[in-house]
Design a protein around this ligand. Sequence first.
Ligand SMILES: *Cc1c(COP(=O)(O)O)cnc(C)c1O
Length: 467
Amino acid sequence: MRYISTRGGAQALAFDDTVLAGLAPDGGLYLPATWPVLDLGALTSLDYAHLTAAVLAPFAQPVIDAATLEAICTDAYRGFGHPDIAPLRPLKPGLWLLELFHGPTLAFKDFALQVLGRLFDHVLARSGQRITIVGATSGDTGSAAIEACRDRDAIEIFILHPEGRVSEVQRRQMTTVASANVHNIAIEGTFDDCQALVKAMFNDKAFRDRHALSAVNSINWARIAAQIAYYVWATVRLGAAADGVVFAVPTGNFGNVFAAWAAGAMGLPIRRLVIGSNRNDILTRFFATGEMKTGSVFPTLSPSMDIQVSSNFERYLFELYDRDPQAVRAMMTEFATAGCFHVDAAHFERCRQTFAALSLDDAATTETIARVYRESGVLLDPHSAIGVAAAEAACADGNGVPVVAVATAHPAKFAEAVRAATGVTPELPARLADLFAREERCATLPAELPAVERHIAATLAGRGAAA
Ligand SMILES: *Cc1c(COP(=O)(O)O)cnc(C)c1O
């Protein structure tokens, strides 16, 4: 499979180069040149890891063979805390919860990142390269990236977080990882300061090249590809491969729901995709009006969706406009300069045939957590609650096919919000129960580029001497 850019100005790449590149050099996002077709019958009998390997196989060929993919996926999902990896839990008649929070950091990002870290290592080992991953986090992504890259031979990872501004569980999930290639930096500043520092390091060409900086951000194609698997898994598990299924997905960046759309493009019978947003409702507004317009970011109970730019939407736009890179370029230029763009009536109609969207403020999110707990005894984290509310709206539409709400985080990860809604404190899974007793490792630095670059260079020099 070759990969092309949504903006049409970059050379087509093979799978390994696409994974290493992340963003295309023309500013676009990579998509496969064609959509492979799923053989649903052949996937029905597979366990989760083998099903993921089978879904990834056409995307990765001829660069990575089937046996290697199976080994990578089996290893990636070994550490998950549930034998089904992605269990389906019935919530009420016609409505299921797809639990994507049994990974090492208790959020759905583990599904893709556990595979991505191993893919990086495999590809780099073949070419003898080493890379330095640098990233900023407001909480969730950092720990998932660290768990994915820990102990990988070809990778050093540095994660910047704003000192005192992430929850204690989130901080400890990063700082208690004892692997020698993992380096945490608490920045005396905000998340925006952390992001600005990372951006400045990537813009410092000498620094970037000397240390082979790389990123594991959410626009990496391999992350989307790995996420396609759980939509396929849920559908075949429900026996819905013939009649179809509806998915409700809490999303901000459009990544998770684009993976569902991609599964549909590969032949999964998806009847409808329902997007759940919090108060940062750029997507909900788009699906109501056809206009994508960014606004200011409000902090909410579901912080992993507190964004006003849905980067992965560009992939869907490319498809919506029948893969016309000129149309995408025009809209993305308008978005960058004016902060908004819109799609014409005919294309908007097509969007609405596939997608619906619903936005919940914090009060409605809390109410949903409380009500679902009362009705079914299930504790939902705020992100998952938004997904369930979106799924309930889809059930009310009543087209009779199963509706699956995607649960993206474990309730214990957002224990404060869950306790406030239900009076119950969700417990961390046993494998994380000693999180508060583990030793932390973290440097603290001012929000100044020279200090951060000096620290990273010195740390890498020390690691080189040790290696
Ligand atoms: C990252 C995240 C989301 C949003 O995912 P998208 O990439 O925006 O689709 C939702 N819930 C949780 C718990 C997350 O960590």
